[in-house]
Write a protein that binds this ligand. Structure first.
Ligand SMILES: N[C@@H](CCC[C@H](N)C(=O)O)C(=O)O
Length: 263
């Protein structure tokens, strides 16, 4: 079997295997079982997900994302930030990147402090359920419960119970526990498709910031910014409330090369 170079990146501890597939020839060769094997932390490379950077005629590149269980997934915010850093390291240099992901086009910028800022899709709908949790889709589906200290909550046991509850068992959901400390949100996340706690989740951090903006009563045309402390590092989310929901959303944080190897 042919060997392939892979790269390992992490964004606030959310870690990914990335393959340079600019020739658009490789990703079909990696089926679900193989991707799950590579993401396995004991028998493979280890990762919360695996991505392929492919060429696209209308964009700087296309991001193809798989969860650690090997299944194709919805949007990954930290994965998006990491693949932009990877693109830059491959020599794809842009003032403002414009790439395609499963939920549509994304813009991204490399910041002077070394962080990567990723434009997220607008969020028009959210709800508050009987438990007082916010439920919304920020590219991936999220459940956000405030008032739960990430340091003490049993994220795996409680996150898994919510993710597998009748309302979410079929489609799945990512579950976030958030503690508010003035303008800082402390967060822990149970991720669908990893079926475990991860050290950070970008779409989850975005959902937490939108939920905080709702709780703060941010009004139309008002902007917001929250620092979010995940177990793997610090991120930030800024955006604006409009008449139709939340727009101009930017997820910001570190995105770092770890190592490369051969599969
Ligand atoms: N880690 C991601 C989210 C990846 C997708 C998620 N596991 C799902 O299936 O919804 C992020 O940083 O957003």
């Amino acid at each position: 079997m042919a060997t392939h170079e892979f790269y390992k990146y992490e964004g606030a501890g959310n870690d990914f295997i990335i393959i340079d597939d600019r020739a658009n020839t490789l990703h079909e060769a990696f089926d679900q079982r193989r991707i799950a094997h590579f993401c396995d932390r004991h028998f493979g490379i280890g990762g919360d997900g695996m991505m392929f950077l492919r060429s696209h005629p209308e964009y700087d590149f296309e991001m193809i994302y798989y969860n650690a269980d090997g299944a194709p997934s919805s949007m990954c915010g930290n994965g998006g930030r990491c693949i932009v850093r990877f693109a830059a390291n491959l020599g794809i240099e842009r003032e403002c990147y414009n790439f395609l992901a499963v939920d549509g086009p994304h813009r991204a910028k490399l910041l002077k402090n070394g962080w990567v800022s990723l434009g997220m899709t607008d969020v028009k709908d959210w709800s508050i359920n009987d438990e007082g949790a916010f439920v919304m889709d920020t590219g991936s589906p999220h459940y956000v419960q405030f008032g739960r200290d990430p340091a003490t909550v049993d994220v795996v046991q409680q996150g898994r119970a919510i993710r597998n509850s009748p309302a979410y068992a079929v489609e799945g959901i990512n579950v976030n526990f958030v503690l508010r400390e003035s303008n800082i949100l402390r967060i822990s996340t149970y991720e669908r498709g990893v079926e475990d706690e991860t050290l950070a989740c970008g779409t989850g951090v975005t959902a937490a910031a939108i939920s905080a903006a709702e709780l703060d009563g941010v009004g139309p045309d008002e902007s917001f910014r929250y620092a979010v402390v995940a177990k793997g590092g610090e991120l930030a989310v800024r955006g604006k409330k409009t008449e139709r929901g939340y727009a101009d959303l930017w997820l910001e944080g570190p995105a770092t090369y770890v190592f490369k190897g051969e599969i």
